[in-house]
Design a protein around this ligand. Structure first.
Ligand SMILES: *Cc1c(COP(=O)(O)O)cnc(C)c1O
Length: 370
């Protein structure tokens, strides 16, 4: 982590301190009020729960410190993605999205945006590097892509998109603002599923949009208020709590992922290991540049679907679950969702288990007959 990031993490942990009066709680209360004392309509910080409330304020303050930007929180990653896209698009607009990115974003484009007259053009992440952006209103990218872990140069995309008059939205879920900072590289908006590593314990759905264009961010806040796509106070509290340990968890998860990816490459039954932190990986060029490290996600292939399912069933330290970024290592065969990957492809999200114990369980599950 850079000195700036270290400063952000420390600031995040103490962000409430300056505003606390004598005897007030150090952690933010879970505020469940839908209505606020309002003898007059002017001058109140809060009026009605759909427009804003104190527990959102607390988690948005943390996220704003990490992003160095304005932040609007949402009840899920998809709610944030929907808000960002609809605030930048109108009927007749064109958006380029990754054909190999998070599959629900593709479905949103195909089954929802297109219905409202938006043209959605899916392009493989790697081809976006040279794609012609002429006539596009939004270039939407995900780097590293989920689950293929391909990367593209965010600042190059931003420069070319802006020259073509398009805005750039980056889904930064796989990295988090601690490991990659798309707004610093020219992106107009960042969207993220805080459901993943920021909440970190597989117990809260949450998302946010971050940006430095005040007018655009006001529109995102309006989107939330008018559409009613509002996070719950308990989830906001859980994400606030999760963010306090994000850096500590990520340090363990990413360090362990590097060890496990390297050992997987040496295993005779494992093929096509993808981990951006591996020196030979096609995405390695981004590490040390736009990515602080290789992250905590690994992709690899076993012989076929049955072998992969057998491995996942036998491994006692890999939860068989979708999603990633939690404290428990989790893995799944992505072809079961229709991702364009080999039948035996597994996406592994490395958790915080001590690495040697985790590796032993992986090695034992690989060794057993399928
Ligand atoms: C999980 C995920 C989302 C959606 O987040 P939800 O909180 O499940 O709505 C979006 N983008 C990426 C890259 C994800 O992994």
């Amino acid at each position: 982590m850079t000195a700036e990031t270290d400063a952000r993490i420390a600031h995040l942990l103490h962000h409430r301190k300056a505003g606390l009066a004598l005897g007030e709680p150090v952690v933010p209360p879970i505020s469940v009020a839908t209505t606020f004392h309002l003898p007059q309509t002017q001058g109140a910080v809060h009026s009605y729960g759909r427009a804003g409330q104190p527990t959102w304020d607390a988690v948005e303050a943390q996220l704003a410190i990490l992003e160095g930007a304005e932040v609007v929180s949402f009840p899920s990653g998809m709610a944030a993605i929907t808000a960002a896209l609809l605030c930048c698009l109108k009927a007749g607009a064109r958006v380029m999205i990754p054909s190999d990115g998070y599959y629900v974003t593709r479905l949103l484009g195909r089954d929802m945006l297109q219905v409202y007259g938006v043209e959605v053009v899916p392009v493989p992440t790697l081809d976006m590097e040279s794609a012609d952006f002429t006539g596009f209103d939004v270039i939407y990218i995900e780097t590293p892509s989920n689950p293929g872990l391909d990367t593209i140069d965010i600042s190059n995309i931003a420069t070319r998109a802006h020259a073509a008059g398009a805005r750039v939205i980056v889904d930064n879920t796989t990295m988090t603002p601690l490991l990659q900072r798309p707004l610093d590289l020219g992106a107009d908006l960042v969207v993220a599923a805080d459901t993943k590593a920021p909440a970190g314990h597989s117990d809260a759905l949450f998302g946010h949009v971050a940006g430095r264009d005040t007018v655009l961010m006001a529109r995102v806040a309006d989107w939330r208020r008018l559409s009613g796509s509002v996070p719950g106070p308990f989830e906001a509290y859980l994400v606030h709590r999760g963010l306090e340990t994000l850096e500590v968890r990520l340090s363990r998860m990413c360090a362990s992922a590097a060890v496990i990816a390297e050992r997987l490459t040496k295993h005779p039954d494992v093929r096509a290991v993808r981990y951006p932190g591996l020196p030979g990986d096609p995405s390695n060029k981004a590490v040390g540049g736009q990515m602080v490290n290789g992250g905590f996600l690994i992709g690899f292939e076993l012989a076929d679907a049955a072998t992969a399912e057998g491995f996942l069933a036998r491994c006692n330290l890999i939860e068989q679950a979708t999603s990633f970024g939690g404290v428990h290592s989790a893995g799944e065969r992505r072809a079961r969702w229709g991702d364009d990957v080999a039948d035996g492809f597994i996406r592994l999200s490395v958790g915080v288990e001590p690495v040697e114990v985790l590796w032993q369980s992986i090695e034992a599950a690989l060794a057993s007959p399928g």
